[in-house]
Design a protein around this ligand. Structure first.
Ligand code: NAP
Ligand code: GCO
Length: 268
């Protein structure tokens, strides 16, 4: 094949025209950036968030970016509400071809000071909710002949550190849920993969980036790229995992971390 033919074929592989993509918790932050990228590749965007105010804020942001997104209020930990939400999307927008489980929370508390209620809440949002969401969309994907599920994992799917026991337990579990969905539904042409962002500049990591915070210096020295990631860094990987370009990639976690997981760290 000549260069130009490859170019056309390459574009077709990443084309999401005609696809409906649901990104959870995507009024801002990583979810918004991923939705922007999927829309850029042609997908119709649906998102949800916890309350009406956030959804309104999200709708205005999508409009500002020239994206006609459909926004809904839904708490992804509520199994009944999720079932109603997914049915509504299927009726009002269409069958969900691409699900991105992005909604997530973190509580940075030393383990011996953390209540079981706080621990359970993190597990609920970061691990049980992706199960609830995937369970709700898979039947229609099977009927349609396939689909893509992308779980937003973390470096904490692989590593631990002080104060993030619940988050690491949840994101480690999410890695295994990803592999299990791939194993259980791969035969129905469903690909379930994860994206493991490194340290990305979003409100979630804002407390770690305050001027003079030692964590900031620590992360810069731990990252071969020597910078924090931006939400834009996640766009290409998301389009790849949502598109036909990844049709034989299943149960994989794609770490987008500037090389942190590959690096032993600088000698002090
Ligand atoms: P964020 O800025 O805190 O955004 C998360 C979104 O999820 C918010 O809109 C949040 O709403 C929503 N949400 C929380 N609980 C929800 C629920 N029960 N139902 C529906 N929506 C809910 O986080 P982010 O930094 O963009 O992170 C997005 C994902 O990437 C998370 O899964 C996070 O763990 C993961 N991640 C982030 C980083 C990073 O460096 N930032 C790195 C690795 C992985 P509220 O505004 O009401 O909380
Ligand atoms: C922390 C951070 C991390 C990141 C991210 C890393 O406190 O160490 O918040 O957990 O958000 O998930 O990949």
């Amino acid at each position: 094949m000549k260069g130009r033919e490859w170019w056309f074929m390459g574009n077709a592989l990443f084309d999401l025209n005609g696809k409906v993509a649901l990104v959870t918790g995507a009024s801002y932050g990583i979810g918004f950036a991923i939705a922007e990228a999927l829309a850029g590749a042609g997908a119709r965007i649906v998102f949800n968030d916890l309350n009406g105010e956030l959804v309104e804020k999200g709708l205005a942001a999508y409009k500002g970016a020239g994206i006609n997104a459909a926004g809904y209020v839904c708490d992804v930990t509520d199994e009944t509400a999720v079932a109603v939400f997914v049915k509504r999307v299927e009726t009002e927008v269409g069958v969900i071809d691409i699900l991105v489980n992005n909604a997530g929370i973190i509580k940075r508390i030393p383990m011996t000071e953390m209540s079981a209620a706080d621990f359970r809440q993190v597990i609920d949002v970061d691990l049980s909710a992706p199960f609830i969401m995937a369970k709700a969309v898979i039947p229609a994907m099977i009927k349609k002949g396939g689909g893509k599920i992308i779980n937003i994992c973390s470096l904490m799917s692989e590593l631990g550190r002080e104060t993030v026991s619940a988050y690491a337990a949840a994101k480690g579990g999410l890695k295994m849920l990803t592999k299990n969905i791939a194993s259980e539904y791969g035969e129905f042409n469903i690909q379930c993969n994860g994206i493991g962002p490194g340290y990305i500049e979003t409100p979630q990591t804002a407390p770690l980036r305050t001027p003079g915070h030692p964590f900031n210096k620590f992360i810069l020295s731990k990252t071969p790229a020597a910078r924090w990631g931006t939400t834009d860094d996640l766009k290409g990987p998301a389009v790849f995992l949502a598109s036909d370009a990844s049709n034989f990639v299943n149960g994989h976690i794609l770490y987008v971390d500037g090389g942190i997981l590959a690096y032993l760290g600088k000698q002090p």
